[in-house]
Design a binder for this molecule. Structure first.
Ligand code: ARG
Length: 281
């Protein structure tokens, strides 16, 4: 039994301890698939809006039940992918690096998220100098930031991120267009542990991940293919796409508890629970 409130009351000595987080989400009011900027998206396979709303609400309720605070940003009718809050910024220690999207369809989201941070009292908010799709590609890994590039975020953003956050940045090239954002292929579980999909990386990337993490869990094809790595860990409990049954077993074997969520409508856009969530550190 894993404590989820972080208070430690009643926790056994061996249990992992979850840390409550503050998470930013964007309601899916205008979420649609009406263009295709990744291989998952096909406007001929449209979103069921009611189902998307229910799935998103269940994710939000799951976070609340696990003790996380959820904040909301207003969606915009002209930005159907704005629901993927992970792409809106990277936030570490209250410092915010804004996003600059690769494709014009999402360009308006960069300023929309930056505006939210400026209006909500964040003091250190920096415009990105290069193409940067937020926490989709710049993933906080405690002692370092892992930075994916190759499809969306530019390699050049790494320099700005390192200077701004004062952390080493480890660049990893993504090589499979289905895993176009790093958070579709790498799931950081705690300071020393991550799950990843080896085939999404080149040899140098795999070596870099092996050098950083003491414990790496290799996801199988069938779990990566349901976007199973697009989960969120608080160090003890992992919110994971419910379709990723094999990966769930691997995480439980490593001592994590797993809560499954069904985000199938969002998978039609190449997204999962983590994509719908931006951590405000
Ligand atoms: N349709 C969106 C895109 O292609 C999905 C973004 C998913 N977000 C993520 N953090 N992986 O840009």
């Amino acid at each position: 039994m894993t404590p989820v409130d972080g208070s430690g009351t009643g926790s056994s000595a061996t249990a992992r301890t979850g840390r409550p987080k503050t998470l930013l989400m964007c309601p899916p009011d205008y979420f649609r698939v009406e263009y295709a900027i990744n291989p998952w998206m096909d406007p001929a396979n449209p979103v069921d809006p009611d189902r998307a709303r229910r799935q998103w609400a269940a994710l939000k309720d799951t976070y609340a039940r696990l003790g996380h605070a959820v904040r909301l940003i207003d969606p915009r009718p002209d930005l159907p992918d704005m629901v993927f809050a992970a792409n809106g910024a990277t936030v570490i220690g209250g410092t915010v690096l804004g996003s600059k999207f690769r494709y014009p369809e999402r360009a308006g989201e960069g300023p929309a998220y930056l505006d939210w941070f400026r209006r909500n009292g964040y003091q250190a908010v920096t415009d990105p100098a290069e193409v940067n799709e937020g926490e989709g590609d710049l993933i906080f890994a405690h002692r370092a930031i892992i930075a994916g590039y190759g499809f969306r975020s530019s390699r050049a953003i790494q320099r700005q991120a390192a200077a701004l956050f004062g952390l080493p940045v480890i660049g990893v090239r993504l090589i499979d267009p289905r895993y176009y954002h790093l958070d579709t292929a790498l799931l950081v579980l705690d300071a020393d542990t991550a799950a990843y999909y080896p085939a999404a990386f080149d040899d140098a990337g795999r070596a870099a991940l092996a050098a950083h993490f003491g414990h790496l869990i290799e996801a199988k094809d069938e779990d990566a293919e349901v976007l199973g790595l697009n989960g969120l860990s608080d160090g003890a409990t992992v919110v994971l796409p419910v379709q990723a049954t094999g990966l769930a077993g691997q995480l439980e074997a490593a001592g994590f508890s797993v809560v499954g969520v069904d985000m199938s409508e969002f998978a039609k856009s190449g997204g999962g629970p983590k994509c719908c969530t931006l951590e405000l550190r």
